[in-house]
Ligand binder design. Structure first.
Ligand SMILES: [Zn+2]
Length: 364
């Protein structure tokens, strides 16, 4: 859950309400209410709040004391647009509904405890045209009081499929054990000829990035400065995870068929791309198309970000360079589960700089 480095107490609160009980197979929908308790208006960033639905792991749901894993959409977001903010006037109350069963599998009858951790990523009194220019580095986070409810699911039968399950059922998997030193040919749906060519090149580079990632995290026994910058102080369990993610992404790129789809119907203006856990399809949105080929937030880096979600089940605890770096310092256990950290680590490896210089020397 996105809850690091939050110490401001929010003037907004969120509360939830559900039915007394739900039957298995029925969608579990909750009503939410957000209230501005202050005397001034606020623009609230919808990200990771119920105001945008459930577009991230925003709920902690437990069943018999075990956490139900999040199985909904996983997004790489860029700078928020004005549309990503909601204006709440002084004293205003907003209500809506969220479909919990689309993102969490409530597949057994019994009692579920649902908690909204209540992190607001950005809250500001500014005018919307200024808000539209805010980058994740400028966000002011707020913590609202945690909001908990208990719900009961009854009966027998089949529960509603989560979005992740729906996606996995659509895919055919045929892993090989290819010994090549390069990425397997991807499938690309939609996009212009230029988008397709750029994505094929980014896909091929993503293999080399992930391969270099798994090599680099082993250097100096996992204690080299880049690894510490992006993933925190060395610790064997974290190091194992870190190496495992790059390794699994590299092996998947080599041995499996990845599909890139430019026709994803969920894309929003401020998104680069999205995917689902344990799938092999990456949906590419407008900000990906506009992204540069190398450097920070590059096409290849975006694919790496998404592949760590799809292949290794990473999350989005923080976005952006400074957010990712802060996470390595304040929450290294989360840094090794955060997709942007994997992306920025390899986008910042000095080896690419050497490659660029080498190419420059060759061409001049
Ligand atoms: Zn992401």
């Amino acid at each position: 859950m996105p809850d690091h480095g939050v110490d401001n107490i929010s003037p907004l609160t969120f509360s939830f309400e559900g039915k007394e009980s739900y039957s298995l197979g029925e969608r579990v929908k909750l009503r939410y209410r957000v209230t501005n308790h202050s005397n001034s208006q606020y623009f609230v960033l919808k990200w990771f709040t119920p105001l945008e639905g459930i577009l991230g792991d925003i709920l902690k749901i437990t069943y018999k004391r075990r956490r139900i894993p999040y199985d909904g959409i996983l997004i790489k977001r860029g700078q928020p647009s004005i549309d990503d903010y909601v204006l709440l006037k002084a004293g205003e109350v907003r209500e809506g509904s969220i479909d919990v069963s689309a993102s969490y599998s409530l597949s057994k009858a019994g009692v579920y405890h649902v908690t909204f951790a209540g992190v607001i990523w950005d809250l500001t009194k500014d005018l919307p045209d200024q808000v539209g220019k805010r980058s994740p580095e400028e966000f002011t986070r707020f913590q609202t009081p945690k909001s908990k409810i208990v719900l009961t699911v009854k009966g027998r039968g089949k529960s509603v499929d989560t979005e992740g399950q729906v996606q996995r059922k659509k895919e055919k998997r045929d892993p090989r054990n290819l010994r090549s030193g390069h990425a397997n040919e991807p499938q690309i749906k939609g996009g212009s000829e230029g988008d397709k060519a750029a994505t094929k090149a980014a896909h091929n580079d993503a293999y080399h990035y992930a391969d270099q990632g798994r090599i680099n995290v082993q250097q100096e026994g996992g204690k080299n400065p880049q690894t510490i910058t992006w993933f925190g102080a060395y610790q064997s369990k974290r190091h194992k995870r870190l190496h495992g993610v790059y390794n699994d992404v590299a092996e998947t790129l080599k041995n499996e068929k990845i599909t890139y789809d430019f026709n994803g119907s969920s894309c929003q203006a401020s998104w680069y791309a999205y995917t689902y856990k344990d799938t092999r399809t990456i949906y590419l949105c407008n900000m990906y198309i506009a992204a540069p080929f190398c450097g920070i937030d590059s096409k290849t880096g975006i694919l790496i970000h998404e592949l760590t979600h799809a292949v290794s089940g990473t999350s989005d605890h923080a976005y952006g360079l400074s957010g990712a770096k802060q996470l390595a310092i304040n929450g290294p256990d989360k840094a090794v589960e955060n997709a942007d950290n994997y992306e920025y680590y390899i986008e910042n490896l000095p080896i690419w700089l050497e490659t660029v210089l080498f190419v420059m020397q060759k061409t001049t």
